[in-house]
Ligand binder design. Sequence first.
Ligand SMILES: Nc1ncnc2c1ncn2[C@@H]1O[C@H](COP(=O)(O)OP(=O)(O)OP(=O)(O)O)[C@@H](O)[C@H]1O
Length: 333
Amino acid sequence: MAGTPSGTGAAAVRMTGAVKVFGAVRAVDGVDLEIARGETVALLGRNGAGKSTAISLLLGLDEPDEGTVRLFGAAPEHAVRAGRVGAMLQDGRPVPRVTVGELVGFVARTYPSPMPAGEALALAGIAELAGRRFDRLSGGQAQRVRFAVALVGNPALIVLDEPTAALDVEARYAFWDSMRSYARHGHTVLFSTHYLEEADANADRIVVVDHGRIVADGTGEQLRRAAGGSLVAFDLAGTAFDLAGAGTDGLSLLPGVVSLEVRGERARLRTDDPDATVIALAERGAIRGLEVAPASLDDAFLALTATASDAAPATASGAASDPVARLAPLETV
Ligand SMILES: Nc1ncnc2c1ncn2[C@@H]1O[C@H](COP(=O)(O)OP(=O)(O)OP(=O)(O)O)[C@@H](O)[C@H]1O
């Protein structure tokens, strides 16, 4: 069996230089990711970013073309066989004729120290579905059964690929409550999502993936700061920047300004030093309708992934320029 001994000190997840290529697409393009035991980490990225592929490598469902993956210091297959990992994946064919209780009970028996099936069903908020056939459930109900399946083995690491994709708002809240309570017991959680708010609200750390690469890694607050911490907006009318549109270029040269957007008479500046930007605007008499607001996580996500998308697309024949380099301060915060 490959891997170092799974001593108590080994990280729950350690991915080093992982690459997975499908034809011309580098779905995972040199990922280094370490997750400590007890951490809850969100893998955030848009469609096709490489989240599911990274999760497949992590669970040993697929082999990396380059690099290594270790769970608790050992090969993923070893950790999975030892019952240390529970997973909730996006697809999964409904098993015909089996009831929810039978399915969860069956999975429980494959783990060395499972929780009672009823407890997993209760945690997933579906105790009342125990006697129902799994292949006759709604999409959201089936999703919650998958969550119970992931939990029932009482695994040290739980990996959830877009766990709330099919859930309505109420089920979503219930899901995150259960997930957080599971994490509070010292378990490690990795989940993928498109939803920034979910990542921010439920993860200790957000890892943003784009074009198969990690473009940012930090708390929601660190992501906001790395992408340009604040937005400053003001009315252009009557200022030195309102000379038939010719003066607005100068705005991007003001201290702290990272980017500039002009809509009609209103200018919006993204800045990583809002105080300096506002002082510079005041000195130029540009304070009409002045507003300063922290950048939202949406703003940060768009800025972070635009960084990677503006670079050449990553293909099997040539890597994109390194977007992480531009975010170096984030990784050292
Ligand atoms: N088996 C495969 N064969 C060919 N291409 C694949 C395969 N699996 C994934 N890809 C490609 O790899 C890239 C990453 O896909 P992946 O499913 O990992 O993204 P994702 O971030 O999980 O996306 P989504 O949020 O839409 O689920 C995409 O371009 C996808 O089309």
